[in-house]
Design a protein around this ligand. Structure first.
Ligand code: ADP
Ligand code: MG
Length: 348
């Protein structure tokens, strides 16, 4: 029977609809749960002065990674960074990692060692201890589930919920690079006709395969609650900015011209006839931080950017909910921001 034409319930709900439903029905039984489902990590009370942060991420062969164009070391590295980035988005210190694996029987011990070299690299860099996990065989492809635990000072955690009307919206680094890098890697495999190799290729591929979690910036932003709300850009600016709006009950205006795009991403977009703004809006896995801060903190932001040697760009402003979520275009026109981020189950 043909099934594709009638969307299943999961397809119509989408990944985020499903999570909202899970969130609605998950009443916390304990007052020690400060934040449950719905943020980059859960915030849990464990001591008088500190909270525990906990987050977990799946990486499935054929869904999240493709061994045709990335090494096992890249897969381990990226999966660890995806977790570390969620702790950075909460303004916390990443501390412990647990890795659960389902491995196809065709894998060699050396391949598993290579995967672990990937996990260990960012762990060493951020002083994170790999403390456990689980191992199983898999009948179809490699499955990873990485769990991270972190720490944050009590009441200092950044959430998606705190954005206030009048806040400025900032983003670290540049957006769209990871998607551009992925497209370059994918095109190579599909042997599509690509523009001749240019200087940008290596940079963009590295941005996809070896992303940088913004731990130091996250920590600085949580000090004295410099940021009111934060999220890491794992699904693309369009979807992730909407998560902040939804959680905070606010609207947003983003200036398209202010979105930071690297010269390499711009060059790739020109050569491939793409709009670099679209790459930034829809491209996930940049692992930059998107956050809001009071207007008066502008100078502090410039100072922070210099001290931590990380670009911080103001891309818009938080508006009342009634304003909606708008992208201001170069010519003065504007349009609604609709999520173009990758969403599991979604047919679009
Ligand atoms: P991120 O992109 O930051 O990793 P997700 O979009 O994956 O966040 O998840 C958003 C929130 O939903 C998180 O708080 C996460 O813990 C929660 N969540 C996702 N899937 C489930 C699930 N199956 N059961 C319970 N909570 C979930
Ligand atoms: Mg996240």
């Amino acid at each position: 029977m043909k099934q594709a034409s009638r969307p299943s319930k999961l397809q119509s709900l989408g990944e985020f609809g499903l999570i909202r439903e899970l969130q609605k029905h998950s009443h916390s039984l304990s007052s020690d749960v400060i934040q449950g489902i719905g943020d980059d990590a859960a915030i849990l009370t464990t001591s008088k002065n500190e909270s525990l942060l906990a987050s977990t991420d799946l990486a499935i062969e054929g869904v999240h990674f493709d061994l045709a164009f990335e090494s096992l070391q890249d897969v381990g590295f990226r999966t660890a960074v995806a977790n570390i980035s969620d702790i950075a988005a909460m303004g916390g210190t990443p501390k412990f990692l647990l890795v659960a694996l389902a491995i196809p029987g065709s894998f060699s011990p050396q391949q598993v060692r290579t995967l672990y070299q990937g996990f260990r690299k960012p762990c060493q860099q951020y002083n994170i201890s790999l403390v456990g996990g689980d191992t199983s065989s898999s009948k179809s492809g490699l499955f990873l589930c990485v769990t991270i635990l972190g720490q944050v000072e009590k009441k200092q955690a950044l959430t998606r919920r705190g954005a206030k009307v009048g806040d400025l919206v900032y983003v670290t680094g540049t957006l769209g690079d990871s998607r551009a890098g992925l497209q370059i890697l994918q095109h190579k495999v599909k042997q599509k006709k690509l523009p001749p190799p240019q200087g940008y290729e290596g940079f963009l591929k590295k941005r996809h395969l070896r992303p940088t979690p913004r731990v130091a910036i996250g920590l600085a932003l949580s000090q004295d609650r410099l940021a009111h709300a934060a999220i890491d850009v794992s699904d693309g600016l369009s979807g992730d900015s909407l998560h902040i709006c939804e959680a905070s009950g606010v609207g947003i205006e983003i200036q398209a011209a202010s979105i930071p795009i690297s010269p390499q991403c711009r060059a790739y977009a020109t050569a491939s006839n793409l709009d670099p703004i679209d790459l930034a809006l829809s491209g996930g896995e940049d692992y930059e931080l998107l956050f809001t801060t009071a207007h008066r903190n502008q100078r502090k932001m410039s100072h922070l950017s210099q001290t931590l040697k990380t670009p911080l760009t103001c891309i818009g402003e938080i508006k009342p909910k009634s304003f909606g979520r708008r992208l201001k275009l170069k010519g003065g026109n504007d349009r609604n921001i609709v999520s173009k981020s990758y969403e599991h189950f979604s047919s679009t």
